[in-house]
Design a protein around this ligand. Structure first.
Ligand SMILES: N[C@@H](CCC(=O)N[C@@H](CS)C(=O)NCC(=O)O)C(=O)O
Length: 217
């Protein structure tokens, strides 16, 4: 059976969402981020990204990691793309061209959007200082161009690849939703907010999200 290492309050959420879409059973080992613990090396600390046993599995010390049929794989988007390919349509690619496009949009999400969207997620609610406010506004400015690209694509295609909901929508939605709290930014892109609302209304997303909310903050 597929094993997912990582709490749901992490990028493991994208793998869990996909598993629920596919109807794929999995075992979850709730490895937590070390930075969320006062002393990750304490004797009674829960299994975390600095635990020696986890570092054996993932020398990079990051969640999520999956184990499947002897394969040990890190990088959340490599994990979702692998599982989508393995389990095929509709969430995975129909052919090599769709496979390439699903990779293209996933890499674009990671390289052009994720860092700035995370700045908004982590600082968005706590812009106490001028420095923090400037960091959030600079991130929102940099996001305008990639979000224009995505909004235009969605307005013409409805989904990221193949005019159907797929792993490419999961990978893109998981990253764009980090920026959702920046209303002036998101308001410029109704094609994105409508698509995101549809993504987040899916039963598989809701199931993942409920599990996430049930975990301690
Ligand atoms: N590019 C990696 C990033 C992995 C990553 O940074 N994971 C965070 C949690 S979402 C983590 O494990 N942080 C651990 C730590 O900083 O101790 C991926 O997509 O999987």
């Amino acid at each position: 059976m597929l094993t997912i290492h990582g709490v749901t309050r992490s990028r493991a959420s994208r793998i869990i969402w996909l598993c629920h879409e596919i109807g794929l059973r999995f075992r979850q080992i709730p490895v937590i981020q070390a930075y969320r613990l006062a002393d990750p090396m304490a004797k009674d600390a829960p299994l975390n990204t600095r635990s020696p046993s986890f570092l054996k599995l993932s020398p990079a010390g990051a969640i999520p990691v999956i184990e499947d049929d002897g394969l040990i794989l890190s990088e959340s988007m490599a994990c979702t793309l692998y599982l989508a390919r393995k389990h095929g349509q509709p969430f995975g690619p129909a052919d090599a061209q769709e496979d390439a496009l699903m990779s293209q949009w996933s890499f674009y999400a990671c390289t052009a959007i994720e860092a700035d969207a995370l700045t908004i997620l982590f600082l968005g609610g706590k812009t106490d200082t001028a420095h923090e406010r400037a960091a959030v506004e600079a991130a929102a400015d940099r996001l305008t161009r990639p979000l224009e690209v995505i909004a235009d694509h969605l307005a013409h295609n409805g989904h990221m690849v193949g005019r159907r909901f797929s792993v490419a929508d999961i990978n893109m939605a998981e990253v764009i939703r980090y920026a959702q709290s920046h209303e002036p930014l998101m308001r410029q892109f109704p094609a994105i907010t409508d698509w995101l609302a549809d993504c987040e209304a899916r039963p598989a997303f809701r199931k993942m999200w409920e599990a996430r909310l049930a975990e301690p903050e």
